[in-house]
Design a binder for this molecule. Sequence first.
Ligand code: NOJ
Length: 451
Amino acid sequence: MDTDKSFTSLDKNLFGDNFAWGVSTAALQTEGSCDADGKGPSVWDTFSNKRGKILNGHKPTHACEFYNEYRRDIDLVKQLNIPNFRFSIAWTRILPSGEGEVNQAGIEHYNKVIDYCLQQGITPWVTLYHWDLPQALEDKGGWTNRQIVEWFSNFTTICAKSFGDRVKHWMVMNEPAVFTGAGYFLGIHAPGRTGLRNFLPAIHHVVLSIVAGARILRHICPDAQIGNTFSCSYIEPYADKPRHIAAAKRADALINRLYIEPLLGLGYPTQEVKALKGIYKYVQPGDEANMSFDFDFIGIQNYTREIVKYSFFTPYIGASLVKAQDRGVEITEMKWEVHPPSIYEMVKKYNSYPQIKKLIITENGAAFPDVVFDGKVDDQRRLSYLQTHLQQVLRAKQEGYNVEGYFVWTLTDNFEWAEGYHPRFGLVYVDFENQQRIIKASGHWFAQMLG
Ligand code: NOJ
């Protein structure tokens, strides 16, 4: 496979022997089989059945059929020479209504997936919560109900006891800022709630649940590495003017600091975003002691940069994003700017927290319109995206910043939430009509580099 010669310098050995190379996925985006073997509905099953919520009316019902055909895709991970495979556990397979009786078929399923990874010499990295909340719990208030700390603790205990003998890398939750921001404030993701009265309690209960989950994992699996993953974007002000600089600081607090800071023991960034002060209404005496955890690693997930402008009309935050498509820059299918130095800046930014022991890029990747020609997918733009981003990771590493792993988002094209199947992020192309797979040029390149 032809790859740009200037990237021959991207030798995996330059990243060191302890660098974790991997690929990331999530249950709802890949598994399909939405009601197989006793699985209960999640908020995404419900949300995708509502009109106009998902682009083109797509549903996660079949996705990549990873539930039944997990061997096919784990075989691909192996074929691509990828040593670490990140996937998530669907809460509704283990506990169909979120609490109550355990569905043994769900436990057996993940036992098989984990065992198959290990048989193939692949290390499983498991996320406990990648956004697919049981609908039965949402009906009781979901993340706005403080009782969720107990529901989530119970789910975590079952997973830790069932799989902890073999799973040694755990991530408690994936991108809390995105599932609470999009799902409980903007209403564009499941469960589709809006406003501060949903957003603020959700934030606090998510923080308490992450800490409760992490402590349970630490107790039941003392030899495991425990982390959590966070979305982050490099934020720059629209112009070098005090009002834009201040707006960029507020956006940074909301986008990049909202969760990591309380979890590191630094509290909520209410100084920058005054509207967040309402969160104290939900903070009870004694909570402070249960809001932080000493994680073994922090996963950061970066895709782009945002340019932020002062905006009088945007409530609460007084800032708005200047769309990448209006800036004349290269964009992906998600309309996100391609800006490789962002990932370097994010590694630097999170290195400035002395509490972070180890940083891992748990997601990075891009969606581009792929075409199959002659049975092949020559995705040069994705290839270049991955190479230029990895160059920046290497730059950070060579400058002495702590970054100990890189996971591509994602293995196969899959269900991209409210965007449906349209944006393709995979190293492997999926024909959703017949579930055929084609390893893209980017996949061949990654395999060659890791080989
Ligand atoms: C972050 C999320 O964790 C993942 O589920 C999503 O598909 C990718 N980013 C791309 O948007």
